[in-house]
Design a binder for this molecule. Structure first.
Ligand code: SF4
Ligand code: FES
Length: 252
């Protein structure tokens, strides 16, 4: 049931080298039960019918798992509401007649591909630098469940592992820092016995890659923790800093 009329102010940019500009689009017949992305689908249907270029935006699972959706809505990454991604945001958070500003993640390390879609492959390269556990495949594997792990450590590692790599932490940080993301990926392994053999190499390599990608420094504003849809705690940044210091001073 469509019952809301909205004015959308959307960032349009033809490519990484285009200057970009805000454009205004009215949309009618928006139901409060639609997700934010479904509302953009309505707009794009409308634009296609009018022979115009639809708005490019990232999405995949549309259920808060993949981390692809990434919109800065009315000045907040993933829009109003806490603990949700853009795809989990519903139009009932807005009201008839509202004007909504929609922009891409803004960070030098996440260049705009087109409109609202950004290149977040910097995160993939950080992950590839050390965000894994090497597995011995010679035939003498130990069942992961056979290694006892204190419940508290397992819970904290699991919390860190819920990071979906969306990049909202970078987008909201005044310094464009990726510390919360990298800290989650480092903590996920640092807290488990399976992650310890490669812990030093991992934290040094991932932080080094983060610096190479051009992310800013952390100045403890805490904005990342507030806007993170998965509630990743600043505690993980403190843990990563300890891991990094210990690895640096004992480096061979
Ligand atoms: S730490 Fe949170 S905001 Fe940052 S990438 Fe992971 S899930 Fe997204
Ligand atoms: S589209 Fe996958 S988390 Fe939003």
């Amino acid at each position: 049931m469509g019952n809301m009329k909205l004015t959308l102010k959307i960032w349009r940019q033809n490519g990484p080298n285009d200057k970009g500009r805000m454009e205004t689009y009215p949309v009618n017949d928006v139901s409060e039960d639609m997700s934010f992305l479904e509302m953009l689908d309505v707009l794009n249907d409308q634009l296609i019918r009018e022979g115009k270029d639809p708005v490019a935006f990232d999405h995949d699972c549309r259920e808060g798992i993949c981390g692809m959706c990434s919109l800065f809505i009315n000045g907040e990454p993933h829009g109003p509401g806490r603990g949700i991604t853009t795809c989990q945001l519903h139009m009932r958070k807005f009201k008839d007649g509202d004007t909504i500003f929609i922009e891409p993640w803004r960070s030098a390390a996440f260049p705009v591909i087109k409109d609202l879609s950004t290149n977040r492959s910097a995160f993939d390269r950080i992950q590839a630098a050390g965000g894994f556990v090497s597995v011995n495949t010679s035939g003498n594997l130990v069942d992961g469940n056979a290694v006892p792990i204190p419940k508290d450590d397992a819970d904290k590692a699991f919390d860190a592992a819920t990071c979906i790599g969306c990049g909202a932490c970078v987008a909201t940080c005044p310094n464009g820092s990726a510390m919360l993301f990298v800290a989650a990926k480092v903590s996920q392994f640092a807290l488990l016995p399976q992650g310890r053999p490669e812990a030093k190499r991992r934290v040094l390599a991932m932080v080094d890659q983060m610096d190479k990608e051009g992310f800013g420094n952390c100045s403890n504003t805490g904005a990342c923790e507030v806007e993170c849809p998965k509630g990743i705690s600043l505690e993980h940044i403190a843990r990563m800093n300890r891991e990094y210091l210990a690895a640096s001073v004992t480096k061979e």
